[in-house]
Design a protein around this ligand. Sequence first.
Ligand code: NIG
Ligand code: FE
Length: 425
Amino acid sequence: MTKLPDLLIKNIGQLVTAAGASQMPKTSQDMNDLGIISNGAVAIKDGIFIDVGNTKRLKNKYSEEGIRTIDAKGKVALPGFVDCHTHAVFGGDRTGEFVQRIQGATYLEILKKGDGILSTVGNTRKLTLQKLAEISGKCLDTMLLHGTTTVEIKSGYGLDVKNELKILKTIQHLQRTHCMDIVPTFLGAHAIPSEYKSKPDAYVDLVCAMLSKVKPYATFCDVFCDDGGFNTGQSERILSLAKRLGFKLKIHVNEFKDIGGVSLAIKLGVVSADHLDNIEHRDILKLKKSHIICVLLPGVPFFLMKDSYAPARKMIEKGLPVALATDFNPGTCPTESMQMMLSLACLKMDMTPAQAINAATINAAYAVGMPHRIGSIETGKQADMIILDIRDYNQLPYYFGINHVETVIKKGKLVVKDRQIVDLN
Ligand code: NIG
Ligand code: FE
């Protein structure tokens, strides 16, 4: 007997499934394949897609009577975005620094003076878990309204045991209270806190000591391995211990400078290497031999007013799996909008709209280790889907800087209707 759905969505002008990458992330030519079904429909039961296909077939199969039905009226549907790199738990903002940078100060100058990340650390240490959860919860609502249904969140504005744990517990609180899937990452090695300025290696010791304490709260461990952050030796100490303790690994590399982070990423077998704005040809070739997902964050050079965007087109031509994320944080990318990242990916990194959509959905799902559950619209997968008020997916990055998302379905539930959040439980 046919299983009856509890939700049927029909008349989807272009149903972008991003299907077909069940074993490996999309690379090369496959990154241009969106698996589009014209006049598509999906049937959902208990939070899972139980059928995906043409509207005519699904309407014939499931009599609509008694089944909640949404008419997409010819619009475009996509898998919910997976924002696979954010720093979404922090206090305060950095508007003043933004104005200073416009007038000529650079991000690294500000950081080296003890402001930048460290000013956010001060503001975050001051807040209680409840207050942080309230602030971050609002950011997650904004993400959801803009079509993000899964988000990775890093700690890293605590930089001591008590405050790193507070941030990770805030993330855990959000996992329990917010409808979004949240992947927690420990980034104790985000910056050297001012109290360790003259003894950075002692801070590396402290981060190593934190690892076993934070393990119950974090899936991934990440390190900011770059100029102004941690060198490759320090990064290796932290990440290799994290690996032994059972964390999956991520690494921030080549955001500002090539200090050898890519070779380290390969040696450690990280799941993703993130930023890669300043990458040499030889490192692109080295990455080709690994299974590392290249998480590109075009909002960062954009917001830092730099020309050094990651060479996405070249990376795709060379066969690397590319993902996209916001890097949402108060210093280098204060926006929750994945749609804006898609426009930047196309306009600044020469990605096609189709490549950008695959990078922001299925490949991003690989970057958070969840490709079997999320990232594409396929029978058996979790029903995370968004409906946009456009007729052609190419219009998503084309009409830039606005929100196209009208409807969000999370785990089969209608959570955004007519651009408003309707249910967060
Ligand atoms: O990914 N540069 C390191 N970390 C963040 C920025 C954090 C901040 O400036 O507050 C990044 O760009
Ligand atoms: Fe980051």
